[in-house]
Ligand binder design. Structure first.
Ligand SMILES: [Zn+2]
Length: 221
C-alpha cells in the first residue's frame, strides 16, 4: 500500500496549476496511481470551481464593456470543434537493462533521452525545461544501491515500478518521497526499480571517498 503522499499543500498547488512543470508531472503520476489522492484532488477541484463561479470579479468582467470586444475570441474558442477532440494516450513501453516497463500516462507524451549507464544505475533525462529542477527516469538494477548521501536542495523520488528501501523503510510503486538536507539515506534495491526523480541540485555524499562518488551525484542530478 502507498504510504508516502504529496502534502495537502502540494495537492492544492497542483490543482491551482502553481507547481513547477516537473513537480506537476510527478503529482499527476502519483494521483493516477493513488485512489486516496485522486479523491482529494477531485474535491479540491470542485471547491476551486465553485469559487470561480461565485467570484464577483467574474461578473465584473462579464459586465465590462470591453468584454464585448473579446467575445469574438470566446466564440472562436467555443466554436472550434478540434478543441473537443479527445485523444487516446497510447501506452508506451520502455526497456532498461533488458527489463520492460510501462511508462505512466503523464510521461508518455514527454520525450526522454537514451539511458546512460553507470554500474547498476541507468538514467534518462526527461525533457522538461524547468530551470534548476532536473527530471529523470532512474533505474537501479537488482542488488544496486546509491551510497549514503544528503541533499543540497531537495530530491523527489516517485517509485514507478519495483521496490527499494532505505533507513526509513520499504517503498512500493506510487510512493512519493521528498527529501532535503535534513535527511541522509542509502537507497538499496533487491529486485531492481524504476523511479521518476526531480532533483534541484547535485547530491552530497557523506562518507569518505566523496570525491570518487561525485560523478554519481552529478549523474543522478
Ligand atoms: Zn497519494
Amino acid at each position: 500500500m502507498i504510504k508516502h503522499h504529496p502534502t495537502d499543500e502540494i495537492l492544492s498547488q497542483f490543482v491551482s496549476a502553481d507547481l513547477p512543470a516537473s513537480l506537476n508531472v510527478a503529482v499527476a503520476i502519483h494521483v493516477d496511481m493513488c485512489p486516496c489522492c485522486k479523491s482529494k484532488v477531485a474535491a479540491l477541484e470542485a471547491t476551486k470551481a465553485n469559487h470561480v463561479f461565485t467570484d464577483e470579479s467574474i461578473e465584473d468582467i462579464l459586465d465590462d464593456e470591453d468584454f464585448e470586444g473579446s467575445s469574438a475570441l470566446f466564440d472562436a474558442i467555443t466554436m472550434d470543434e478540434s478543441i473537443d477532440d479527445v485523444y487516446e494516450v497510447q501506452p508506451k513501453n520502455i526497456s532498461v537493462n533488458e527489463q520492460d516497463y510501462l511508462l505512466p500516462r503523464s510521461l508518455s507524451r514527454i520525450a526522454h533521452s537514451k539511458f546512460m549507464q553507470m554500474g547498476k544505475l541507468s538514467r534518462s533525462r526527461v525533457a522538461l525545461d524547468d530551470g534548476p529542477l532536473r527530471s529523470s527516469l532512474l533505474h537501479i538494477a537488482a542488488g544496486g544501491e546509491i551510497p549514503e548521501h544528503t541533499h543540497t536542495g531537495f530530491e523527489l523520488t516517485l517509485l514507478l515500478d519495483g521496490e527499494f528501501s532505505d533507513e526509513s523503510g520499504d517503498y512500493v510503486p506510487g510512493d512519493f518521497i521528498i527529501l532535503d538536507g535534513r535527511h541522509d539515506h542509502t537507497p538499496i534495491t533487491k529486485e531492481g526499480c524504476l523511479c521518476f526523480t526531480v532533483v534541484s541540485s547535485a547530491l552530497h555524499f557523506n562518507k569518505g571517498l566523496s570525491k570518487l562518488l561525485n560523478p554519481i551525484g552529478n549523474f543522478i542530478y
